[in-house]
Structures are given as structure tokens and as C-alpha cells.
Design a protein around this ligand. Structure first.
Ligand code: SF4
Length: 300
């Protein structure tokens, strides 16, 4: 069984925070979790991008905790240590993955799994040989290449964010000035593992890389630069881009950054979408008015 990189110690170095928490002894890392795998929700989810949701929904597993901790996080109840999180052993989680497949899930969608990579590897080592649906790794993009390498062969579709182009913005909103360079290396590694997008007869994604970018208010220029960086790092015709407009200020009202206290304007979103089109990306845009994830047809 593959194993994740801990620099040969009992401390955790799974993610780029490299905080060195002794999670096995009950210490909590920057991600907010010990090494006991905790899950907030397991369910069919119909609101992902069409080739991920498929007909009945994506089989989502929402892990508690997150190592990026963005100030505007739209999922804070889960990412900041959900009180309702339930502990799972790898065997118990593998049984849940089989249940999702039996319910008609288009895939197994592991949401923010990075800080539980050890347990995820154990889970997938049990489940993967018996699953006939793809495994999707749904992440913030803030990943160590060495940790991703330990997942090679266990993941079919990578679905990372690429959030920021500028170190200063990544520092301001996620306390991670290294995010742009770290994420670009991570995305390249993901693409190396899974290659160009491949689809089943039903149009669902069976293998490949789908990159998400959420346009933030007052960050139009950074979004444009982020898409340019992405187009220079990866072959745009071989990946999918999901350009998201669903930013909701309600989750950021307690943060001091006033520019996050409003919704995105049509001009901001459409100018970024135009740039994506000009760069030749294939993928999805969202309706600006959608409070739910309402994906409109592909760029092409
Ligand atoms: S996964 Fe958590 S404990 Fe491990 S290095 Fe990252 S933040 Fe620290």
C-alpha cells in the first residue's frame, strides 16, 4: 500500500503548511484535525458540474477540517471543525463508498481530503479494486507534490481550485503567500497522473483534471492573471475549467476585508469569462444570479 510523506517522523507534513503537529498523539494541526478521520456528510450531491453530477448525483464525502482556511470560506461549518463530524475507520468509510455506488452515484467525490491522506489511502486501497465508478479528489489546490504522488493510481479525476495568482492576495485571504506557486506545481502533478479528460458514454468524466476558479469581488484582475497562469502551465484543450460566480458575502461579514462584503458584479464575472474564452478553455460558467450551483453550457 502506498504511504504519504511525513519526512520520516511522527509529525504531520502532509500539506504545504508543514506544521508538524503530532496528530497521532491527539494534537490538532493548522487543519483543525487530529489523524482520526472525521466526516461531516456523505450523500448524493446533484449540484456539481454536469460531468461530475451525472444523472443521480456525485457521491460526496465531506471531510471535516481544512488546511487552507480562507477568510471567505463558503463551507465554514465543515472546514472549521464541524461539531457534527463523525469518526470513520477506513473500513467503515469504504463501506459507505460501496453504498454510494449502489445508490447510483456517478463517482466518489472526496471533498477536502488532504489532511486525512493516510486514512484516505487506506480507504481507497480497500474500496478502489471493487468500485466501478471513478474516484474524484476535490481540493483547494494547496497540495504537496509528494503527498499527491502517494495517491497515484487511486484517483481518477482531480478537481482542484486554482484560487489566486498573486502571493499578496493569497496571503491576505488565506495566509498562504506560497499558494500560487505551490498550486501550479500541484496541478501539474495531478495532470501528469490522470492526463487529458476522458468521458463515459453518459457524458460523465471518467478521468482527467477539472480546475475550479471562484471569481471574488474586487479581484477581477487577479482572476484574469490566474487564468493566464493556468493556461501557461497546462494544455487548456486537455483540461476543463469551471468558472464560478457563486461567491456569497454572508460567509465573510465577520472578516475585516470590506471588499468581501458585497456580491460580484456582472462586469467582474463576465470580463473574466471573456478572458477564459479567449485563452481557449473548455468548461463551465455559472449563472450570476444563482444561489444554487446552476451551471450554464460549456464555453465551447
Ligand atoms: S495536514 Fe494539518 S497537521 Fe498536517 S501539515 Fe497540514 S495543517 Fe499541519
Amino acid at each position: 500500500m502506498p504511504s504519504a510523506d511525513h519526512n520520516g517522523t511522527d509529525r504531520c507534513y502532509l500539506c504545504p503548511r508543514k506544521c508538524g503537529a503530532r496528530r497521532g498523539e491527539g494534537e490538532v494541526g493548522v487543519c483543525g484535525e487530529t489523524n482520526v478521520m472525521r466526516v461531516s456528510r456523505i450523500a448524493l450531491h446533484p449540484y456539481e458540474e454536469p460531468p461530475i453530477s451525472g444523472r443521480l448525483g456525485s457521491g460526496t464525502v465531506f471531510f471535516c477540517g481544512c488546511s487552507l482556511r480562507c477568510v471567505f470560506c463558503q463551507n465554514k461549518d465543515i472546514s472549521r471543525g464541524a461539531a457534527s463530524g463523525k469518526q470513520y475507520s477506513p473500513k467503515a468509510l469504504a463501506d459507505e463508498l460501496f453504498r454510494l455506488e449502489a445508490e447510483g452515484a456517478s463517482n466518489i467525490n472526496l471533498v477536502t481530503p488532504t489532511h486525512f491522506t493516510d486514512a484516505v489511502i487506506e480507504t481507497l486501497s480497500i474500496a478502489k479494486p471493487r468500485l466501478s465508478i471513478p474516484v474524484v479528489y476535490n481540493t483547494s489546490g494547496y497540495e504537496r507534490v509528494s503527498t499527491l504522488r502517494s495517491l497515484e493510481g487511486l484517483v481518477d479525476v482531480y478537481m482542484p481550485d486554482f484560487k489566486y495568482a498573486s502571493p499578496s492576495l493569497a496571503s491576505l485571504y488565506s495566509s498562504a503567500p506560497d499558494y500560487p506557486s505551490v498550486a501550479i506545481k500541484a496541478l501539474r502533478e495531478m495532470f501528469r497522473q490522470v492526463g487529458r479528460c476522458q468521458y463515459g458514454e453518459d457524458g460523465t468524466l471518467k478521468r482527467g483534471l477539472l480546475v475550479r476558479h471562484l471569481v471574488l469581488p474586487s479581484c477581477r484582475k487577479d482572476s484574469i492573471e490566474a487564468l493566464t497562469m493556468l493556461s501557461e502551465a497546462l494544455p487548456v484543450s486537455d483540461i476543463l475549467l469551471s468558472l464560478m460566480s457563486q461567491y456569497t458575502p454572508e460567509f465573510a461579514l465577520d472578516c475585516p476585508h470590506k471588499s468581501l462584503h458585497r456580491r460580484l458584479t456582472r462586469f467582474e464575472y463576465e470580463s473574466v469569462a471573456q478572458h477564459a474564452l479567449a485563452l481557449g478553455f473548455d468548461g463551465f460558467t455559472q449563472s450570476l444570479s444563482s444561489a444554487v450551483k446552476d451551471y450554464t453550457p460549456q464555453f465551447k
